[in-house]
Design a protein around this ligand. Structure first.
Ligand SMILES: [Fe+2]
Ligand SMILES: [Fe+2]
Length: 180
């Protein structure tokens, strides 16, 4: 399919890069950060195509928006609010990103900043000004929205899988109990 071919042409250098592949070792919403970044990138690419935005920038910044190692919020460089900057530093070190892509990555946590602004009791240690994270381009909003949608999807799937395992264990125990 033409769209998939175009997406591959834009992203294959990053997707097949040995440093980027290391994201497979990082857990993210019950799957790997590698898969999460690919999902955000592809959805951003499709949305940008549909909205006639810069699909190249959204595909690249979608891939690199969470380009860091470790568990989010486990240290100050990769907290919910600081990891965009850490991702930019890492992306600049390993790949060529332009200033638009950098800005898209910097503002991708606007959804979280808005939630924190509305519900300030969440994670009280980190103060945030939603304005600081407000996207400055259509592409910035696209990646921010894709990240939110993909995250909701991943957390949902993870919970369903977790619950299915629990029910399965419960069933096995029940069979053992009455069968044995
Ligand atoms: Fe992120
Ligand atoms: Fe993300």
């Amino acid at each position: 399919m033409k769209i998939n071919k175009e997406y591959k042409e834009i992203t294959s250098d990053i997707i097949n890069d040995e440093h980027f592949i290391e994201l497979k070792d990082d857990n993210h919403h019950g799957s790997s950060r590698y898969d999460h970044c690919k999902r955000v990138s592809y959805l951003s690419f499709l949305m940008a195509k549909f909205l006639k935005a810069n699909y190249r920038d959204t595909a690249i910044s979608g891939l690199l928006h969470d380009y860091f190692h470790g568990v989010t919020n486990s240290n100050e460089d990769i907290s919910y609010l600081t990891h965009p900057n850490t991702s930019i530093i890492n992306a600049k070190k390993d790949f060529n990103i332009n200033s638009e892509e950098e800005e898209i990555i910097r503002t991708h946590m606007y959804h979280y900043a808005l939630v924190k602004h509305t519900l300030p009791f969440i994670n009280k240690r980190e103060k945030v000004s939603a304005k600081e994270y407000k996207p400055t381009s259509k592409e910035g909003y696209i990646v921010c929205l894709s990240d939110l949608l993909v995250s909701i999807y991943e957390v949902g799937v993870f919970k369903v899988r977790y619950k299915t395992c629990l029910y399965f264990l419960f069933l096995i125990n029940l069979i053992n109990y009455y069968g044995g």
